[in-house]
Ligand binder design. Structure first.
Ligand code: MN
Length: 493
């Protein structure tokens, strides 16, 4: 395969986000230079400079109209993990916020995936990062998008795993965050690696099955434009969208591969100024064409769980075919395409997007049931998530990148017992984020905790005061009862 080339001028980033100020452009340029220098000499599997990958991540972020800090962090997202540059060096040049974004992405980078039991762990990591600064997740998704776009260069035995992970974690998360366009891209790039046969079938079907010709479509658009202008509905934009392959396949599967039951392979999208115009437009359309019964959907009054809003209707075009029409305002369109990113595009929101807003925008507390179907074996996690995810839990990392969630106020002792009771029972000391710490230190969200285990160490009575979880307390008591000295045995009776 020839080595791909890429124009890595920051001007390409600026062109995608016209709102950037001169200062912001300067920041991004510095980040580009910093990353380029740091990755100097490193190559991707494809043979191209490593920098191309991180630059592409920055481009993906710019396309989502993310702020300059996020784009800069995106361009530098692999610097701390893959180059000798230190955190302090980056901090001196770019400050705390950008460093913490890059660190967040680096932490998510330790994510490993091998089927369902890992699945939920991985999702948790995303949540952990999100609870802190949701921009970390957006960077990670843009990083993944470029990785999946260049998957052909990766060893074949790894391709399927990466693609499956993309479908089951990244695309679902993008969906959850309402980022429709990114979700569709992630899915369509991953699809052929995960389900090659089904992919082929879907492509064939898609090519052979043309529900509506371009001429028919143009005729409808012409008539709609005339009629809507008569009724004074201003059209900001009208275009057609083709259903993306992976979502077409899923729909085919749900409908037992019967393509005649799929009405929205091609759909017309009409963007109008106000919500009032949306309803007016649908009235005009239904006056002009007969609607298919049962196909009108008001996602404005009742948005989809991920926040999607629009009016959908399917009409008989009068020349033997049907066509779905989607009507929405520009704001709704932005939200449907970019989701949470459309709320993060401006600095003033950025890091301080309140959890309220995120929760409202993603609506996931309402919609956990849907997920539950997919991860039934992890009901306990979901229940925890539902009841007290944000408020009362801290998420602690092992040095290997596994996540242990504990109640707030937990200490290294709780952590040790949560990992394994043998580790708890032989805890001699602890390191938090690489530094020695006493066993009664209260753990903070995202701490990395390493337990020093020694054969000779054993639980002490005073640990009972340090432990917060019932699990740890129970194990400590049990151990003291079974192995404790005379006095301990006496006291526990
Ligand atoms: Mn990367």
């Amino acid at each position: 395969m020839p080595i791909p080339t890429m124009d890595t001028s920051p001007l390409r980033i600026f062109a995608l986000n016209p709102k950037l100020t001169d200062n912001e452009k300067h920041l991004i340029t510095r980040a580009c230079e910093f990353a380029q220098k740091a990755h100097q000499g490193q190559l991707r599997k494809s043979g191209e400079p490593y920098y191309n990958h991180v630059f592409a991540t920055g481009l993906n972020l710019a396309e989502l109209h993310m702020d300059a800090e996020t784009i800069s962090a995106g361009v530098m997202h692999d610097v701390l993990e893959d180059t000798p540059v230190t955190e302090e060096e980056m901090r001196a040049e770019f400050g705390d916020t950008i460093v913490s974004l890059v660190q967040g992405v680096t932490k998510l980078g330790t994510l490993r995936y091998s089927g369902t039991e890992r699945h939920v762990e991985s999702l948790r990591k995303f949540f952990v990062a999100m609870a802190d600064d949701i921009r970390v997740v957006v960077i990670k998704l843009c990083d993944r998008l470029h990785n999946i776009q260049t998957l052909q260069y990766v060893d074949p035995e790894k391709q399927k795993r990466i693609a499956l992970e993309t479908l089951e974690i990244h695309a679902r998360l993008a969906d959850r965050l309402g980022m429709g366009r990114l979700k569709a891209q992630l899915e369509d790039y991953a699809f052929p690696y995960v389900y090659p046969e089904e992919y082929k079938k879907t492509v064939e079907l898609f090519d052979s099955f043309r529900p509506i010709s371009d001429e028919q479509l143009e005729r409808v658009v012409g008539k709609l434009k005339d009629e809507l202008s008569i009724f004074d509905v201003q059209i900001e934009r009208i275009d057609s969208r083709v259903k993306h392959l992976y979502s077409l396949w899923q729909k085919l599967r749900r409908n037992k591969m019967d393509e005649s039951r799929i009405y929205d392979v091609v759909a017309l999208r009409i963007i109008v100024p106000t919500i009032g115009d949306c309803y007016q437009a649908v009235g005009v359309i239904h006056g002009l064409y007969r609607p298919l019964p049962g196909r009108f959907k008001d996602y404005i009054a009742v948005p989809k769980p991920n926040g999607y809003r629009s009016l959908h209707t399917t009409i008989f075009t009068g020349d033997g075919t049907t066509l779905e029409i989607q009507i929405r305002t520009k704001e709704m369109h932005q939200e449907a395409e970019y989701g949470i990113a459309s709320h993060l595009s401006y600095k003033e929101v950025g890091k301080n997007v309140s959890k309220d807003v995120i929760e409202k925008k993603t609506g996931w507390t309402k919609d956990l049931l849907e997920w539950q179907k997919d991860v039934e074996q992890h009901k306990e996690f979901l229940t925890n998530l539902k009841s007290d995810f944000f408020q009362n839990r801290v998420f602690i990392f092992t040095p290997h990148g596994d996540v242990i969630d504990l109640p707030e106020g937990s200490t290294p002792i709780d952590f040790a017992y949560a990992v394994h009771s043998d580790i708890g029972n032989h805890t001699a000391g602890a390191k938090i984020n690489g530094k020695l710490a006493s066993l009664d230190t209260k753990l903070q969200n995202r701490d990395i905790v390493e337990i020093d285990v020694r054969d000779t160490a054993e639980p002490k009575r005073k640990w009972l005061d340090m432990a917060r979880t019932t699990l740890a307390k129970r194990k400590i008591r049990q151990h003291i009862r079974e192995h404790g000295g005379f006095l301990d045995k006496f006291l526990t009776r």
